[in-house]
Ligand binder design. Structure first.
Ligand code: ZN
Length: 479
């Protein structure tokens, strides 16, 4: 007889023991659920397909910025993948999204004189030597361009918005404000550092523009010290002049800061050729497996299909997309028929507008979502789930997550869900986000380093298995 039979026999005996001697239905279910979760992990780790799907998404399609050709190709590809799973149905939901393009590569340089050389030149009546340094920058998403000549001016380096508040408008006028606010390295979860520093990227143009600056530069959102600038969404206000905004690499920020302290008569220029076009029509990609007994109750698992344009969007959020599709495939492979309806959503335009998730909530928000989960924190080793729901529901979720302890993915201490499901959360839907180890995410997040080579196959598969497990548990037992 096959070993699998012994295992099944053993499980049935344990179940019998629990039902006879403990009369505990819950304990019986836990055994059944534990066995099924083991099968989910085996399917993901032994026969997983998400890694090769991610390779195709990254290497054959490339970046998937909203409104780009790559985004439309990724819609067709992931829709086909959903259909190929052979379970449930899938369709495209139309959505209007912004189209912002970077244009030709950005550049940034500073010219300056050194005080000692200036003094020597005056004494010897020699021409003053003008020095020049360059820095790696990237336009922030949705920023206006600078025109082909760029913008030039004196730089004011600041570490915070409050430092800007204390300056007089006349002092800031026509200068370039450089927000050199680093990630807080003392925070163990790097998402906490991102949460704290992210406002400088998002609001720099509004704050500096309000004071009359002609442009703004922000330090990249990462703890890594390297030469890769990190892009990301920024915003404008109608009442404030729209000034160009870019991010500088962390090494660039450090050397610019050092230089500003030691030189005289500097002049910084940055050039970016980005442009916002009219909105275009595009799509969310949606799959669904109808529930057998509670089909009116919907469990959503999702990720965002769009990415920034500097690389391949491998971790952000290609990983979440292929994990979402992998859950469909695993359920099909295991012949699992969920009790509750499970919806698999790849959202359009998370990075620069959230238009996909807004359109989803508009059309399907009235459906009875009992839980929405997002995977948008990278394809790293899963530790557990962050949760946005009532205390009571958290306790129920935590009791399910205990079954993931053997797989080291049972943590439920952190709060909150992902950006795409925040629209559902506002409507009272309990939400969660897969919580992978965060230490390396911001090394590549929104930069040229977010490529397939930086995703580990096993970590990616473990994430898919963890998601499939909690979706299965909630489908079986409710929330
Ligand atoms: Zn993302």
């Amino acid at each position: 007889m096959k070993p699998a039979f012994f295992l099944l026999e053993k499980i049935l005996l344990v179940c019998l023991f629990f039902s006879l001697f403990l009369s505990s239905e819950k304990a019986f279910c836990q055994e059944k659920d534990s066995l099924f979760i083991r099968r989910i992990y085996d399917e993901a780790l032994l026969r997983g397909e998400c890694y090769q799907n991610l390779r195709h998404l990254c290497k054959k399609i490339g970046h998937r910025l909203s409104g780009s050709e790559g985004y439309e190709k990724s819609v067709a590809y992931t829709h086909a993948l959903m259909q190929q799973t052979g379970i449930g149905k899938s369709w495209l939901q139309s959505v209007k999204i912004p189209k912002w393009e970077r244009g030709a590569a950005e550049s940034c340089f500073i010219t300056y004189t050194i005080p000692e050389e200036e003094k020597a030149a005056t004494i010897n009546i020699k021409p003053i030597k003008l020095r020049k340094s360059q820095f790696p920058i990237t336009a922030l998403g949705m920023s206006v361009g600078t025109g082909s000549d760029g913008i030039s001016g004196q730089v004011i380096e600041l570490s915070s918005f409050s430092a800007l508040d204390s300056l007089d408008k006349s002092f800031v006028k026509d200068k370039i404000v450089f927000f050199n606010h680093p990630f807080d390295a003392s925070l163990v979860n790097t998402f906490d550092a991102y949460g704290e520093a992210g406002k400088y990227r998002y609001l720099a143009a509004v704050k500096a523009g309000h004071k009359g600056a002609k442009g703004t530069i922000v330090r990249s959102m990462t703890l890594a010290h390297d030469d890769y600038p990190h892009t990301g969404a920024m915003t404008y206000r109608d009442t404030v002049p729209k000034i160009p905004a870019c991010a500088i690499s962390t090494n660039g920020a450090d050397s610019l800061s050092k230089l500003l302290q030691s030189v005289k008569n500097h002049n910084l220029t940055f050039i970016q050729n980005c442009k916002t076009h009219d909105d275009v029509m595009s799509s969310n990609v949606i799959g669904e497996i109808k529930g057998s007994s509670h089909s009116d109750e919907v469990i959503l698992i999702g990720a965002h299909l769009d990415s920034w344009d500097l690389a391949e969007g491998a971790h952000d959020d290609g990983a979440g997309c292929v994990q979402t599709i992998e859950v469909m495939r695993i359920f099909k492979a295991l012949g699992y028929q969920p009790k509750r309806t499970i919806r698999f959503v790849l959202f359009a335009n998370e990075e620069n507008g959230l238009k996909g998730s807004k359109a989803y909530a508009e059309t399907y928000g009235k459906d009875k979502h009992i839980f929405a989960l997002e995977s948008d924190a990278g394809g790293f080793t899963p530790r557990g789930f962050s949760l946005g729901m009532s205390k009571e529901k958290k306790a129920v979720f935590a009791s399910y997550a205990k079954l993931l302890k053997p797989y080291l993915a049972s943590e439920t201490d952190r709060n909150g869900g992902g950006a795409d499901i925040s629209v559902l959360e506002e409507r009272g839907v309990p939400v969660g986000d897969l919580e992978p180890d965060s230490q390396r995410y911001f090394d590549c997040h929104h930069s040229a380093l977010d490529v397939f080579e930086n995703v580990n196959r096993r970590e990616l598969e473990l994430g898919a298995a963890a998601i499939a497990s909690v979706i299965y548990l909630i489908s079986e037992n409710g929330l």
